[in-house]
Design a protein around this ligand. Structure first.
Ligand SMILES: [Zn+2]
Length: 88
């Protein structure tokens, strides 16, 4: 398993509206901050700087359970590592 720990019973399949990344996350929510293009808090920000707007660009496509989790995890992992895969 690449995105979620072994034995995960339920997780969310997300697609980012901004960078088109697809990923799984153990958190299931209508939207998440994209781990690839989402804003990361800047620790060097001064007190007068405006807080960057947190955009939850990654939208939940589907809730996955059981065997589907491993199937999607494998497919998405192969896509990232450049392996040959056929999208579902
Ligand atoms: Zn993104």
């Amino acid at each position: 398993m690449y995105y979620v720990p072994d034995g995960t019973k339920i997780c969310g399949f997300y697609e980012c509206q901004k960078c088109a990344s697809r990923f799984l996350d153990i958190r299931v929510a209508p939207s998440l901050v994209c781990p690839y293009c989402g804003e990361v808090a800047d620790m060097e920000m001064g007190p007068d700087d405006v807080m960057p707007e947190i955009k939850e660009d990654a939208k939940l496509v589907q809730v996955l359970e059981g065997e589907d989790i491993e199937k999607y995890d494998t497919l998405l992992s192969l896509a990232i590592t450049g392996g040959n895969y056929e999208w579902i």
